[in-house]
Write a protein that binds this ligand. Structure first.
Ligand code: ADP
Length: 426
């Protein structure tokens, strides 16, 4: 499974998890709202019972309506009945509001033997999912009709009501989940877009470099032939061409080497060898160059053989890059020291110079691809910021480390630490 799929799966799992957690919180919230509603209804029921216990204007009117007694009011019994329905509705609404219950309701006033006396103007059908509260009345009204009177309050769709009470929680949490989804999709999209862009750029650079290789190679051969045939007058010019072609060839090789290890991601071909002879050979070559260019070069290779599972070609290139940098970034008389020794089954190769040094801030970035120190007059030295990135990659592919110690104006030391083979004659 590729990285992209893993990220997407993790993202979906996290968002689903978050939605489930939010849903559980919502359920808890709803249950709490129900408990709170029941508490409020307990208080309201008592208030209603108390309000209807004594003879007062409302109970007197209700009494006349339910006993169908039109002797007191100069109105038809139907009008008395209708009026009492309204007054009863207002009375109940008022009692509910006093406890903060603002939802719609219906009511019936009936006797235990199912005789209906009074109903609210609106009524719910029996199929509706209703929450009912029965209040057995005492006092004036039951005594009047000489029956047990029950006032039933009915509430419908309470979940919508509870949800409306939880709006302060549900809407923001839904909103935040949506925002998180948008942001993550946006980040993932731009991340993959950038990755694609980097891949395209790298491919372009690699292809370009490949294309350059052939003409540079041809110029190299032509200038070599020219160098042999040329007279003294033009020798300097031809030498200049050869030097520049060699530099260009080096840079091209670096880009291609980097591309070759990049393409293989975490794989590099390795062999179990003694690296010491390779290192001594490398030192011999550099000694020759150093004497030609008047560089003060010292080396010390200690502690027996260096058996390790490695790709000697790439490690050799890495050490050469460090030596080249030591030479490039030193002004005046150059002094370079190469030291190789073993410590706890680790091969340490240190390349030290007396050069311009690297500030602490830049030390964190010098291993990044294309990074070059931008301050001061460093840029009279040519380069593409690829060398150290290559060295670091090679060292990492060997499960090793690279350390830099440097101070501006005094010089730098790069130490490569590579794990040695852990048995055999070392
Ligand atoms: P390049 O030399 O092609 O610019 P590198 O990756 O080899 O690329 O080095 C990155 C940067 O690190 C260089 O541009 C230089 O500023 C700094 N640097 C590397 N080696 C040294 C050194 N020995 N002394 C001082 N600065 C160095």
């Amino acid at each position: 499974m590729n990285g992209k799929k893993i990220y997407i799966i993790i993202f979906i799992i996290s968002i689903t998890g978050l939605a489930i957690v939010q849903y559980q919180y919502l359920r808890i919230g709803l249950n709490l709202a129900k408990v709170q509603f029941n508490q409020k209804m307990g208080l309201t029921v008592n208030e209603i019972k108390n309000g209807l216990r004594q003879r007062n204007q409302l109970t007197f009117l209700l009494g006349k309506a339910i006993t169908k007694d039109d002797s007191y009011f100069k109105l038809s019994i139907d009008s008395v009945h209708d009026a009492s329905r309204y007054f009863m509705n207002d009375f109940l609404k008022d009692k509910l509001l006093q406890q903060g219950v603002k939802t719609e309701f219906t009511y019936t006033l009936h006797a235990k033997d199912s005789t209906d006396y009074l109903k609210s103007l609106k009524s719910y059908s029996d199929e509706d999912d209703l929450l009912k509260y029965s209040i057995t009345l005492d006092g004036y009204l039951p005594l009047l009709v000489e029956k047990r009177l029950i006032l039933e309050l009915q509430f419908k769709n309470l979940n919508t009501y509870f949800l409306s009470q939880l709006n302060g929680l549900t809407i923001p949490s839904l909103l935040f989940i949506v925002v998180i989804i948008f942001v993550i999709i946006w980040v993932l999209k731009s991340f993959y877009w950038q990755k694609k862009l980097i891949t395209i750029t790298n491919e372009f650079i690699n292809n370009m470099t490949h294309e350059l290789k052939t003409p540079v190679f041809s110029i190299g051969i032509a200038s070599k032939i020219l160098q042999e045939k040329t007279n003294n007058e033009n020798k300097e010019l031809v030498n200049l061409i050869r030097n520049q072609v060699d530099k260009l060839k080096n840079q091209i090789d670096k880009v291609l080497e980097l591309a070759s290890i990049e393409g293989k991601k975490n794989f590099i071909e390795k062999k179990l060898i003694d690296f010491k002879p390779v290192l001594l050979n490398l030192i011999k070559d550099f000694e020759q160059l150093a004497s030609l260019e008047h560089i003060n070069f010292n080396s010390e290779v200690k502690d027996g053989n260096y058996m390790m599972n490695c790709n000697s070609y790439h490690i050799e290139n890495a050490i050469n890059s460090l030596l080249e940098n030591a030479k490039k970034y030193t002004k005046g008389s150059i002094a370079i020291t190469l030291l190789a020794y073993k410590a706890d089954n680790i091969l340490c190769i240190s390349v030290k110079d007396n050069g311009i040094g690297i500030s602490e801030e830049d030390q964190k970035k010098i291993f990044d691809k294309y990074f070059r120190v931008s301050s001061g007059d460093v840029h009279d030295v040519k380069g593409y910021g690829l060398g150290l990135n290559y060295v670091k990659r090679i060292v990492t592919l060997h499960k090793g480390k690279i350390i830099v110690k440097s101070s501006v104006g005094k010089g730098s030391e790069f130490i490569i630490k590579l794990p040695l083979h852990n048995y055999g004659n070392q």
